[in-house]
Ligand binder design. Structure first.
Ligand code: NAP
Length: 679
């Protein structure tokens, strides 16, 4: 019996009974599943996300949400074979699934780590340093980021049924925003299985994830200004979604990742015989054939110096003709099928348009009879290499996306021309530059960077460890300007912040310190009766302060420090030379001497809850200290953060060192770990 795909709405599985459409296997054309969203109450799904999912997620801190992502990734990793088994019918080989399934799980792990490492154990983020807004220091400003109270609607393309869901879900979830995800129908059976696993993991809070199998229906009509739409797919569909009246009326945040005619450029120095030349050929062949070229990041335009065009053509034709095409489950298969015959027809139509401005170097623009005879009902297609005769005036090579194993070779005569050709793509996700020449690298990279979200520079030094042209990395930008959709925000923490509102807070230092949980200069700094180093983490309050006595720095101290450390720089040792320096009045104390003496002033020597000092941030020496000056320190608890283990917490101290005239001579943040009472 054919499987009917269920949607997951309001924490229940919904079984459609009408409007079902067939989904066919890419390898033999049989119907593998049916899908429909007829009867799904989209308004109820949106309400459920807002009323149940949002509050449940916002009750958790970033760290708690990061821990859930990690647990989810672990669970999916243990059960991924089920997904591999299903994905064969999408035409994907095991190697292809590494990108989609393992890549998706890896993305969850990456966001989990970033959430733990780079976000606070809090419900909001304070962005940047506070800014003084008045002369007297009683009126200051700071930016906070808080999760939106809406839903992330994620509409995905067919080519990455797992990664597509997970790379969008992870940042939204980490931000505290629930998700309604809608996979492309053609491969929705893999996504449905993924969501079943996610639900079965038992780690997701109620309402945090819902799934629509089938069309979006009237979903977009129910969105408002607290919602986010994140779309991946073709330029045409992206335009239809972006122009939806509800999105413009409510200024719904919209981000798109769409068509991209990505380029690979071979530098003039990378002639045959150089490692870069071989790396270039390898990458082009790989990008044309992984996932049968159905990858938004695939290389579509191959730019080479005119002098090597025919050598490159010959080598590519030889390598592409040797690719083993067939059943994606077979060990020896290098390239599986396109997702459907309909998709194959679209690819052949696009390739025919491009070939109209040039020639076919390998492959065929007709349906492949031999492959069809070997795989009845399948959507297999041999790689097609095209050559564009006049790339500077051609249109289709730069504007028509053949979303399959198709790329176009084009020659350039100068680096300026190469840059101009790349720019004709009007914005791409990624380009690769193959050169070992620093000047070529600079000319190409700075010429084409404004048109790209990501640039990969390949040479002999990084080739071994490079993740390749087609692999976006969770910490880096994925998206691109112009035609590629403008989805730059989706890389790393910016992807998380896209689901949050940035708000400027203005008020007194005391009020801002209280609200942000971070001490700001000018806020109350009560000197505590006992030294804060004698109190454990839980007993420390933001603002707790120790004021030290003063210590006079003598010339002997400076000389002793100089000889002891070996730092006999003239500014500390030679009065005349120091005086000639524009910054110093004469011999001055070492900055590190000031830091060391400061530690000697504020330390509490006995064993206690303070476990270790693990660094300094934002250190500035603001005024020279001369022999005879007396320094003192004010140390204030600025921020607290739960540690990686329950036995300790991390404390950030604001340290300010003054001279005898109460001028600040140094300022920094001291980072310590303090013990917590174990229950
Ligand atoms: P598509 O036809 O544009 O469909 C994308 C998604 O939009 C599907 O989930 C589709 O659902 C949905 N959709 C279609 N009409 C809609 C409407 N009127 N309102 C709301 N949603 C609608 O793209 P595709 O064929 O799946 O994917 C291939 C394209 O995606 C290629 O052009 C490729 O370049 C692009 N892509 C880009 C990236 C990137 O990161 N830049 C990544 C992957 C793919 P149904 O399937 O149910 O129609």
């Amino acid at each position: 019996m054919t499987q009917i795909l269920n949607s997951y709405a309001c924490d229940q599985w919904f079984v459609p009974s009408s409007g079902l459409v067939d989904i066919v296997s890419a390898i033999d054309g049989r119907v593998v599943a049916q899908a429909s969203s007829t009867g799904l109450a989209m308004d109820a799904m949106v309400r459920h996300a807002r009323d149940v999912g949002g509050p449940a997620l916002r009750a958790l801190t970033f760290h708690q949400r990061a821990d859930i992502l990690r647990a989810l990734a672990g669970y999916l990793g243990e059960h991924k074979e089920q997904l591999y088994a299903l994905a064969a019918d999408t035409g994907a080989t095991r190697r292809d699934n590494l990108n989609d399934i393992d890549g998706g799980i890896g993305t969850l792990f990456a966001y989990a780590s970033r959430g733990r490492r780079e976000l606070p154990s809090e419900h909001f983020v304070v962005e940047g340093a506070p800014e003084g807004l008045s002369k007297g220091g009683t009126f200051v400003g700071a930016h906070i980021l808080t999760p939106l109270h809406g839903v992330g609607v994620h509409i995905n393309a067919f080519n990455f049924p797992c990664w597509g869901l997970l790379e969008k879900f992870a940042p939204a979830f980490l931000a505290g925003v629930p998700v309604i995800t809608k996979p492309a129908t053609a491969t929705a059976y893999v996504t449905e299985a993924l969501v079943r696993l996610m639900v079965a993991s038992g780690v997701l809070p109620a309402g945090s994830l819902q799934l629509i199998c089938g069309s979006v229906g009237d979903l977009l009509d129910h969105l408002s200004g607290q919602d986010v739409v994140s779309f991946t797919g073709s330029l045409e569909t992206s335009e239809a979604v972006r122009n939806h009246p509800a999105l413009s009326r409510h200024a719904v945040r919209f981000v798109a990742e769409r068509d991209s005619l990505n380029a690979a450029v071979l530098g003039p120095d990378a002639v045959p015989g150089t490692p870069e030349f071989d790396l270039f050929l390898k990458e082009v062949v790989r990008e044309m054939t992984v996932k049968a070229g159905q990858k938004c990041t695939a290389i579509r335009r191959i730019l080479v110096p005119r002098a090597v065009e025919s050598v490159v053509a010959e080598a590519l034709v030889a390598q592409l003709s040797a690719i083993r095409i067939g059943d994606p489950r077979a060990e020896e298969t290098r390239m599986g099928a396109l997702v459907s015959r309909a998709q194959r027809k679209a690819v052949l139509d696009a390739a025919t348009a491009i070939a109209g401005e040039g020639e076919v170097l390998c492959g065929s623009l007709d349906a492949p009879e031999a492959l069809d005879a070997a795989h009845p009902g399948g959507a297999f297609l041999a790689p097609i290499l095209l050559r564009c005769a006049a790339p500077l005036t051609a249109h289709h090579a730069h504007a028509t996306e053949a979303f399959g194993p198709v790329a176009t070779l084009m020659a350039y005569d100068s680096l300026e021309e190469a840059v101009a050709l790349v720019a004709k793509g009007e914005g791409s996700l990624v380009a690769s530059v193959f050169t070992y020449d620093p000047q070529v690298a600079a000319a190409l990279v700075f010429g084409i960077a404004p048109y790209h979200g990501r640039l990969l520079m390949v040479d002999r030094d990084c080739a071994k460890e490079s993740t390749g042209h087609g692999s976006p990395l969770p910490g880096l930008v994925h998206g691109g300007p112009g035609r590629a959709g403008g989805g730059e925000e989706m890389g790393g923490l910016r992807g998380v912040f896209h689901y949050m509102q940035r708000t400027a807070l203005q008020g007194s230092p005391g009020r801002l310190s209280q609200l942000t949980g971070s001490w700001i200069k000018g806020a109350p700094a009560p000197v505590s009766p006992t030294h804060p180093f004698t109190r454990d983490y839980d007993a420390l309050a933001i603002g707790d302060t120790v004021e030290t006595g003063a210590r006079t720095i003598s010339l002997e101290d400076i000389e002793h420090f100089a000889h002891f450390t070996g730092d006999t720089f003239y500014a500390h040792m030679d009065e005349a030379a120091a005086k000639a320096n524009p910054f110093f009045p004469g011999r001055v104390a070492h900055g590190y001497l000031i830091l060391s003496f400061a530690a000697g002033l504020f330390v509490d020597p006995a064993p206690g809850p303070l476990l270790a000092n693990y660094g300094l941030d934002n250190l500035r020496f603001l005024k020279p200290v001369s022999p005879g000056d007396a320094i003192r320190v004010r140390l204030t608890v600025k921020q607290k953060q739960a540690g990686r283990k329950p036995e300790y917490g991390e404390v950030r101290w604001d340290a300010e060192v003054f001279n005898q005239s109460d001028e600040t001579v140094a300022r920094y943040e001291l980072l310590t770990m303090s013990a917590r009472p174990v229950a």
